[in-house]
Design a protein around this ligand. Structure first.
Ligand SMILES: [Zn+2]
Length: 280
């Protein structure tokens, strides 16, 4: 499945949002042979303006959109197209993020009703091709690299992109167990996704205890002793620490971020002398 969207001001939200404008999908058997197709232009709500760059990139026109079906009807149609036990394949994580936000804002749904589980094909293909995380390839580049036949398919057309992505995925994963890539969209999935990370700014926060504030000496690994109260400058906390084993003093800076999986710490340690010299 592939989605095209345009960043647009949504009056009800009083902010810019990625609004879905087109969705294309193919249904396949277990051998990735295409057995059904889906394609729709989504009629946007009042006040929507299609961005020029999106228009140029996707070739979608205002006219196609105004002749399209509402987002609500698109979702209903997709609920009929997708079976409950189906695994969806998306290229990257953003299509699912846009679907989720659009379902929430426009339909008041707390989940995407037709997605029970999915695979991020981009992630799976990059992993298989051993492409480092910061060098993600575009769909068209991956297709080129894998020498899949994309004749007659235009990039950034939702339906053609879904076929292109399927061809890439098929080339790499046919006859292979792909279950390790499946993401179940259960309540935990959404809870994790909706969780807003934040940084702790209060040095006296009761969560700052135990291992979270334990610091080891960078040279001898002994546990450092804090020799003064923790100070904070916004979310950056710092304090002088002393190593009882090698007798050195250290400047320790820490940032604590509250995530779905608990509080995570980012730490930096410098010898006290250097730290003081740098501050002069
Ligand atoms: Zn030490």
């Amino acid at each position: 499945m592939d989605l095209e969207w345009s960043n647009a001001y949504v009056a009800s939200e009083k902010r810019l949002m990625n609004v879905a404008i087109s969705v294309g999908a193919v249904k396949t058997d277990e051998q990735f042979n295409i057995i059904d197709r889906f394609s729709a232009y989504i009629k946007p709500g009042r006040g929507f303006r299609l961005r020029k760059d999106v228009k140029n990139l996707t070739g979608i026109t205002e006219e196609q959109l105004s002749n399209g079906i509402s987002f609500s009807d698109t979702v209903k149609a997709l609920c009929r197209f997708v079976d409950e036990e189906d695994t969806l394949l998306f290229w990257g994580g953003s299509d699912m993020a846009v679907l989720d936000e659009n379902c929430r804002v426009f339909l008041g749904l707390d989940r995407v009703p037709f997605v029970n589980r999915y695979i991020d094909m981009l992630k799976a293909c990059d992993e298989k091709l051993e492409i480092p995380g910061n060098h993600q390839l575009s769909l068209a580049d991956t297709a080129k690299l894998l020498q899949v036949d994309i004749d007659g398919l235009s990039a950034h057309d939702a339906f053609d992109d879904s076929i292109m992505a399927l061809k890439c995925f098929k080339k790499l994963f046919i006859n292979e167990d792909t279950s390790r890539y499946v993401i179940e969209c259960d309540s935990e999935y959404y809870a994790r996704k909706r969780f807003q990370k934040y940084k702790i700014s209060d040095c006296n926060d009761p969560r700052l205890k135990g291992d979270l504030v334990m610091v080891r000496c960078p040279s001898c690994r002994a546990t450092l002793q804090r020799t003064e109260k923790l100070h904070s400058n916004g979310c950056n906390m710092f304090a002088r620490h002393h190593c009882p084993s090698c007798g050195e003093d250290f400047f320790v800076g820490m940032v604590f971020t509250v995530t779905y999986d608990g509080v995570k710490r980012h730490i930096s340690i410098r010898p006290w002398k250097n730290a003081v010299k740098n501050d002069e």
